[in-house]
Design a protein. Structure first.
Lengths: 328, 326
């Protein structure tokens, strides 16, 4: 019975999210309070959604990459690059040019990663390590080592504005989720991506263009990362090449893994990756609200990674099955 | 004739050093060379451990955090609790050994990717060091000034410091362990093929535990050396060192898929990164972020080279060397 319930896809994640929200409510009684101010919703819950937006965007790209049995370590660095580009262009050239340049850079970064993995056949973790190391240097080259600030109101709106009361970053995430979902689940693309991750050789023999699939997911991941970078820069009205997106690649991977997508590829869930991102952010916000030092964050995250991985581990599942049989 | 990757690394280093010397005549001095060793001592030590891990087909992302943890632990133990430094060192090395052993055990027992397990280890160690202290704690123990004053004088004004000597000793010991012992041979075997290694009767589990233990202990030692270098303990120290050390190992000619590599190559990889940094310091107009870009370019060059050599090997031999790994 219990096992049947746990096997229902997504239930465990949603229960975890509700539990964390309940804990948040316990440490901060006003947690669920919402109020309208200056045409925008405010409240801790909205804060969770808003702060979680960059990680959610990264997770949206990362989940597809991981579904092909890959990984993209460079997303934090890509965020820094695109944020730097958007911030340095916004005041002179306006939002459309800045946004196009930033997203274009993300596209190029994704293409580079995809080229290394799909064409040169380098292991994903190694291939994306290159951009992870060099990317932050490139970002600093763009900002010339300074923190570039800007005042362009439309770019600021992208980080701090609201559409019908909902903060813009949240709207962007929802929009991207719908687009991604429509493309990969509305067509056979999602299935082909899963097939590539499940067994690239067999898929290739079955006539799937696995190289194109792999290239496409890295490009999409780069694009999502660039968008996340622009939003992060817009949020603080500046680009900090050193700290923008620092460690966020790890949060994104964590979100995807919490969302039940296996690191061994072959299956993925966009919606659950979003739930994973929310779980991480609800944890962060809860720790902040509880008055514990934010340093606890890392410890809690470490514990969560281990627990989730143990649950996913085939060895662990076998042990559980054996125990269950013994009890019967 | 085929050059081994480590020879190419050596050529890159020599050519780089020569180029620096052409541009800055003062470059070719024992002073610069000794400083190169001192400034990169902690990186060299941690990279030796990383070499073992990578040759065995794994990866250890926790080393930077372990260095940070060690500096804070040592600083607080000595300054706040009044523990004699040597006792503090022994305690932290034991703690690191236990930490590495735990990671290795989890990787083996639950059959999980090393990268995600050590990622959790990275969070854990960094979080624990934040919990102990978020401030930089200066270390004033007499041992520290003794160690930092100690140096072998080289002709030409260079000072071969204690920490540089520790690093060279670790590299030498690591090279012996990897290339001349049964343990080292087993490390190569593991990286070649886990399944075959197990079939050959090598205890894969205890090897995995010991390899990660070695990496964490060397990270702890690097942390002690780092605390000598800065005479302080700070929870944010050595952020990103895991990347630098992986880069050093790869530039040193070690195959990231495991099974091939050398400790000497890793030392050269560390020195090439140090050389880039020193060049930037000499130049004065270039910014330090060029180090990252140059490291990235070198990383790419060496990985592409490895890939090309693998491709040639695959085409030449009837045995498909790399297929099993993908």
């Amino acid at each position: 019975m219990m096992q049947r319930l746990l096997q229902t896809r997504g239930l465990a994640q949603i229960i975890a999210l509700l539990a964390i929200l309940a804990i948040d409510r316990a440490v901060s009684p006003q947690f669920f309070d919402l109020r309208m101010q200056d045409g925008r919703l405010f409240g801790s819950l909205i804060d969770v959604l808003n702060r979680g937006a960059p990680v959610a965007l990264l997770a949206l790209g990362m989940v597809l990459v991981i579904a092909t049995r890959g990984i993209d370590l460079s997303v934090g660095a890509v965020m820094a690059i695109s944020g730097a580009i958007a911030a340095s262009l916004a005041d002179t050239y306006g939002l459309p040019v800045a946004l196009a340049a930033a997203l274009g850079a993300g596209l190029l970064c994704g293409l580079w990663n995809g080229f290394l993995v799909a064409v040169l056949g380098i292991q994903p973790i190694v291939a994306t390590l290159i951009l992870m190391v060099a990317g932050r240097g490139v970002a600093q080259l763009i900002t010339e080592g300074r923190i570039v600030t800007f005042t362009a109101p439309d770019l600021v709106w992208l980080g701090n504005g609201a559409v019908l009361g909902v903060p813009t970053p949240v709207v962007v995430v929802i929009g991207m989720l719908i687009i991604t979902g429509a493309v990969v689940r509305g067509s056979a693309l999602g299935l082909l991506i899963e097939a590539t991750g499940g067994n690239a050789r067999a898929s290739e023999l079955a006539g799937i263009g696995t190289r194109a699939m792999i290239l496409a997911v890295y490009v999409w991941c780069g694009l999502c990362a660039a968008l996340a970078g622009v939003i992060a820069a817009a949020d603080i009205m500046g680009a900090d090449a050193n700290n923008a997106g620092l460690w966020l690649e790890l949060d994104a991977i964590l979100a995807v893994v919490i969302g039940g997508t296996s690191l061994f590829g072959g299956r993925f869930s966009l919606a659950l990756a979003m739930v994973g991102a929310l779980i991480i952010q609800a944890m962060n916000t809860g720790i902040l609200l509880s008055g514990y030092p934010p340093e606890f964050n890392l410890l809690v995250k470490a514990a969560v990674v281990l627990v989730v991985l143990l649950l996913q581990s085939p060895r662990f599942a076998n042990a559980g099955a054996v125990l269950g049989r013994a009890r019967q | 004739m085929r050059l081994p990757p480590v020879a190419i690394t050596a050529i890159v280093f020599v050519v780089g050093f020569a180029l620096c010397t052409v541009q800055f005549p003062n470059f070719a001095s024992t002073r610069v060379a000794a400083n190169l060793l001192t400034d990169n001592a902690f990186l060299g030590i941690v990279a030796v451990g990383m070499t073992f891990v990578i040759i065995s087909g794994g990866i250890d992302l926790s080393v930077g955090s372990v260095i940070g943890f060690t500096t804070v632990f040592v600083a607080l133990a000595i300054e706040r609790l009044g523990v004699p430094p040597l006792v503090a060192f022994a305690a932290i090395l034991l703690l690191c050994a236990a930490f590495g052993a735990a990671m290795g055990a989890i990787i083996h027992v639950f059959d999980m990717p090393p990268f995600i397990v050590t990622l959790a280890g990275m969070f854990l160690a960094r979080g624990a060091s934040f919990l102990m202290s978020t401030e930089s704690t200066p270390i004033t123990a007499p041992l520290y000034s003794t160690v930092s004053d100690f140096a072998l004088r080289l002709p030409g004004g260079g000072r071969l410091t204690a920490i540089a000597l520790i690093m060279l000793a670790v590299v030498a010991a690591g090279a012996v362990l990897l290339h001349f012992t049964r343990f080292g041979a087993n490390v190569y075997a593991l990286g070649g093929s886990r399944a075959t290694t197990a079939l050959m009767g090598i205890p894969v589990g205890s090897m995995t535990v010991r390899i990660y233990m070695l990496s964490s202990v060397l990270a702890g030692l690097a942390g002690i050396v780092f605390s000598f270098y800065t005479a302080a303990g700070y929870s944010l120290s050595a952020v990103g060192v895991e990347l630098d050390s992986i880069a050093a190992v790869v530039i040193g000619g070690t195959l990231l898929t495991g099974g091939q590599g050398s400790v000497v190559g890793t030392l050269l990889g560390v020195l090439i990164q140090g050389l880039t940094q020193t060049y930037i310091n000499f130049d004065g107009t270039l910014s330090s972020w060029w180090t990252k870009i140059v490291t990235g370019i070198l990383l790419f060059a060496f990985i592409a080279l490895q890939q090309a050599m693998l491709g040639i090997a695959r085409r030449a031999g009837p045995r498909k060397a790399g297929v099993l790994k993908s």
